[in-house]
Write a protein that binds this ligand. Structure first.
Ligand code: NAD
Length: 328
């Protein structure tokens, strides 16, 4: 079966996904959609796809799947409509940037168990993080006591490019959902969050730009995410990922199994050969549709990462601990 796909939202992320659907033999990119007519026309010509500027794209009878790449606060409407019209759906992270929206989306996905709804928590498709997941699952680290990971990015160039990122984006949600999702993947469900924040950097953004969130996990583990936008410098190596367990520890690219902590061993360098994860992410979505394999990041799972970071942002605002509901 070849999956007929439409991509909605044709900014840099949506265009990169168009490339992936166009080159994957399991899919055919039949339509593109953006409210910006110029962007839609450009993508239509480039990918030989039908051009749409509204959601009537969802009425194409032969359409099987929709891939949503609009801004963070504009995921809900096309997501709900796609499912109601019987289409499989891929939606970028964060699933949404309001708790009510996430809940509505997860509920709708659950009404359609025969349709795939995948959330774009992309780090699960990055080679080195998948290798670490295999180590975690094999018991290599023993019982995980503490983990941390950061999203620290100088994103000020976006001020001139995509205005919604300044007016709408919540850094802890848009950026922080990446490290938090990784930590959930490794240590299981989060149950509580406390956070503090300030707005010293990137003052043009509406939301606070430096935040430290501490999490409790159902397993008893504890963890920390720092999210910071607008300080000079590239994102730290491996999102500053650290995992400390009873048998082994990991600090970015190094692991230690020696009780005295004197032997740090590099992870195999093959894990770090650059490769882009959108290809494997798209391939997985198509395999879920055509082969019925279990989705790696179904709606409830991506929804948990969105809600856990939304509650961190709320905790930073009112200074109160937040309990994280389970969506399972
Ligand atoms: N997984 C990742 O690593 C990753 C990386 C970058 C962006 N993202 C996510 O991808 C999404 C898009 O990000 P971007 O950087 O491409 O943003 P962007 O602003 O460059 O593109 C968004 C596009 O959506 C269009 N759009 C907005 N509302 C629309 C609507 N109702 N119907 C059709 N089109 C509409 C806009 O005109 C724009 O072209 C965001 O949710 C972002 O967080 C994920």
């Amino acid at each position: 079966m070849t999956v007929n796909v439409a991509v909605i939202g044709l900014g840099h992320n949506g265009l990169a996904f168009c490339e992936e659907y166009a080159k994957n033999p399991k899919s055919r990119l039949i339509a593109v959609c953006d409210i910006d007519q110029e962007r839609a026309k450009y993508a239509g010509e480039k990918f030989h796809a039908a051009v749409y500027t509204d959601y009537s794209v969802l009425d194409i009878p032969e359409l099987d799947a929709v891939s949503i790449h609009t801004g963070d606060s504009a995921h809900k409407e096309p997501f709900l409509l796609s499912l109601k019209k019987g289409k499989h759906v891929f939606v970028e992270k964060p699933m949404a940037n309001r708790i009510e929206d996430v809940l509505e989306m997860v509920q709708e996905a659950e009404k359609h168990p025969n349709l795939v709804s995948q959330v774009g928590q992309v780090l699960r498709f990055v080679r080195q993080y998948a290798a670490i997941k295999r180590l975690v699952d094999s018991g290599f680290f023993g019982e995980i006591a503490y983990l941390e990971a950061d999203y620290i990015h100088d994103l000020r160039y976006q001020y001139f490019m995509e205005k919604w990122k300044v007016t709408d984006e919540i850094p802890m949600v848009g950026g922080g959902c990446h490290p938090l999702d990784l930590m959930r993947w490794y240590a299981g469900e989060v149950t509580e969050v406390n956070a503090i924040s300030n707005h010293i950097t990137y003052k043009e953004m509406r939301e606070e730009t430096s935040i430290v969130a501490t999490y409790k996990f159902k397993s008893g583990a504890i963890g920390k995410v720092t999210c910071l936008y607008g300080s000079p410098g590239p994102c730290p190596d491996m999102y500053n990922l650290k995992i400390y367990g009873t048998k082994a520890s990991l600090v970015q690219r190094k692991i230690c199994i020696d009780a005295l902590g004197s032997m740090w061993i590099d992870l195999p360098s093959e894990l770090f050969i650059p490769s882009h994860p959108y290809g494997p992410e798209v391939d997985h979505f198509l395999d879920c549709i055509t082969k019925g394999i279990e989705c790696a990041v179904p709606a409830w799972d991506g929804g948990m990462s969105a809600i856990a970071t939304l509650l961190a942002a709320e905790s930073a605002k009112d200074g109160e601990k937040k309990y994280i509901p389970s969506l399972r």
